[in-house]
Design a protein around this ligand. Structure first.
Ligand SMILES: C[S@@+](CC[C@H](N)C(=O)[O-])C[C@H]1O[C@@H](n2cnc3c(N)ncnc32)[C@H](O)[C@@H]1O
Length: 246
């Protein structure tokens, strides 16, 4: 099974202290944008890929989903999901997203929040094919991932002046897709860069109609309450894509 940084105790401890881990969806800069794009969950069968602590699974269940399957590679993340974000409609399973196998037409909504940049492109293709097969015609697929501008160079860190002030964010190697080593919470984390056209191509080739694309900005109320959030207006960090199965 692929190595997962979220099972590394030091990284997990730092991730658990992030605002989005403590306050949940309301502490996530992109949440208001993502929420505005989510489909109606009433009576739906929902899949959450890379569900982490299960915030989105709980949201879907509380908004009427008939069933929610949350899949994550990290047992540590799932332990907390099961303890704190479980409802009778929710099932959590520990797998890599690209190993999930579901019956044809067994899903109404597939979602994923900030997990696809941990997959290389062949694995992401397998995930998209699985989602297309599992969704009913007209079913909805919505996901966020780190923005290609954010993943391109690799380090995911600013350039600073001699006094430690931010100068700019590096963008380079944009069309050279593949593995990157990012500095996330002070740890060296493996992520995968791919271009915006690759995300779009994979969806279109798999028979999805793209119905939405946004580059979320932090909610105004977070700008001055969460450290560093104002700098998120300087470059896109995330991409949200929404598609419908034809
Ligand atoms: C940034 S967290 C996002 C968690 C959650 N979706 C959220 O938005 O709060 C990324 C999650 O992806 C999971 N992940 C990474 N690689 C994975 C894989 N190959 N299969 C399933 N989950 C994976 C990690 O364990 C982690 O829980």
């Amino acid at each position: 099974m692929a190595h997962n940084h979220y099972d590394n105790p030091e990284f997990f401890a730092k991730y658990s202290r992030m605002d989005r881990s403590v306050r949940g969806l309301e502490g996530a800069g992109e949440w208001k944008t993502l929420e505005s794009m989510l489909p109606d969950f009433g009576g739906k069968r929902v899949l959450d890929l890379g569900c982490g602590f299960g915030w989105h699974c709980e949201y879907a269940a509380r908004h009427g989903a008939k069933s929610v399957l949350g899949v994550d590679l990290s047992e540590t993340m799932l332990r907390r999901a099961k303890a704190e974000h479980w409802l009778p409609q929710i099932t959590y399973e520990c797998h890599s997203m690209d190993q999930v196998s579901l019956p044809e037409h067994s899903l109404d909504v597939a979602l994923s929040s900030l997990a696809f940049h941990y997959l290389d492109t062949p694995a992401l293709e397998r995930v998209f094919q699985m989602v297309r097969r599992a969704l009913v015609p007209g079913g909805e697929f919505i996901f966020s991932a780190e923005h290609p501008v954010f993943t391109a160079y690799g380090s995911q860190d600013w350039y600073y002046d001699e006094n430690g002030n931010i100068l700019h964010f590096p963008v380079d190697r944009y069309f050279i897709e593949g593995e990157r080593t990012a500095n996330f919470l002070g740890e060296a984390i493996t992520k995968y860069h791919r271009t915006l056209s690759t995300y779009m191509r994979l969806l279109l080739e798999d028979g999805f109609t793209v119905t939405g694309l946004t580059e979320p900005q932090p909610s105004p109320e977070l700008l001055d309450t969460v450290p560093g959030m104002r700098d998120e207006l300087r470059r896109p960090m995330m991409l949200i894509l929404k598609a419908r199965r034809q």
